[in-house]
Design a protein around this ligand. Sequence first.
Ligand SMILES: *[C@@H]1O[C@H](CO)[C@@H](O)[C@H](O)[C@H]1NC(C)=O
Length: 432
Amino acid sequence: METKLTALTVVLVITATVTADYVRPQPRKTLHFPWNPKSSSHPQQVHISLAGDKHMRVTWVTRDGSSPSIVEYGISPGKYSSIAQGESTSYQYLFYSSGKIHHTVIGPLEHGTVYFYRCGGQGPEFQLKTPPSQLPITFAVAGDLGQTGWTKSTLDHIDQCKYDVHLLPGDLSYADYMQHRWDTFGELVQPLASARPWMVTEGNHEEESIPLLMDGFESYNARWKMPFEESGSSSNLYYSFEVAGVHVIMLGSYADFDEYSNQYSWLKADLLKVDRRRTPWLVVLFHVPWYNSNWAHQGEGDEMMAAMEPLLYAAGVDIVLAGHVHAYERSERVYNGMPDPCGAVHITIGDGGNREGLAHWYKDPRPKWSVFREASFGHGELRMVNSTHAFWSWHRNDDDEPVRSDQVWITSVASAGCFTKNPELRKMLLAP
Ligand SMILES: *[C@@H]1O[C@H](CO)[C@@H](O)[C@H](O)[C@H]1NC(C)=O
């Protein structure tokens, strides 16, 4: 569906871009991964994620089913003062059998510290850096990654920026039922995802359901286990975590979200736990954008927005990051379709580099709330400087990493006095 739309728009856009000062790049080819035989107990596809205060989950895959789920770690290379035992899983998808997928939580870990670690008692040593205990903190943000030449370029750019945690608003591998592509994606992101926590939520390309055979999200849930249990959620499709003064909520565009749903009640309970003295910033991610003036996926987020936007508004969410649309767009603070100083800044950052190409076609005139929109591959950086000021920047892949194509200072909702203006709404919506 999306591919057809892209093919159609490519024709329209070629004429449109000739006169623009910025010549937009073409999609790049899917990467090819040479067959690289390793011993069957060799740890592959290593990635890490935050797992509750001072803890990190290490995930990796081995082809050998008897390989142990242990992680040895310490603060000096080659010297492992601690060892943790984890769990493992595997899944079957039609004729594909996954390797053994290991999940091992390590900790307690010191904040802002480099740890050296090894998976399964053998193989190469990896190193990770834990996030700081307090602000400032920097997030790298890129959605709809896939595994093309553009993905590689996005990852290279992210690798050059100094970030603490990666946030991914859905659509990781674009495996699209071809299960070995989850494995090649795991290998592609390992250099980054084994060094900094990657916090992800699901997109449509993660679903891979087949009527009567596969329920959906089997591969995603098995491979990208996130701290949902740690945050009181019953589903890996939505969860939250706190890091250095920021409360981050990962919602699921592909889980039920109406007011009778588990996700809705969990969200309400999670918002009630937010203490702005502990976490002055409140950030939300999900896949399908609510504020989108691109013709691609137009209106797809409307139902979820109708159900959940009042809750986010009452709770004073600062920033919402979404993907799905393969382009970049930033709104001003907005609520209920209108600019509102107590609403959230909505950012669509679905331009990580997947094989479907860019979404070039925008609605005109530009809606009042839309500040900046452009169809180019890139990534975002969100630096929470202190309790009141954050700096957001968007970096095109065509430019050198330090070049910011869009940038803005964002001041927190909490510091704008929105809560005192709005106590009744807040009480009503957040009442248990
Ligand atoms: C927070 O950072 C901003 C931007 O650097 C600065 O103007 C402001 O004074 C800082 N606030 C505090 C309380 O340090």
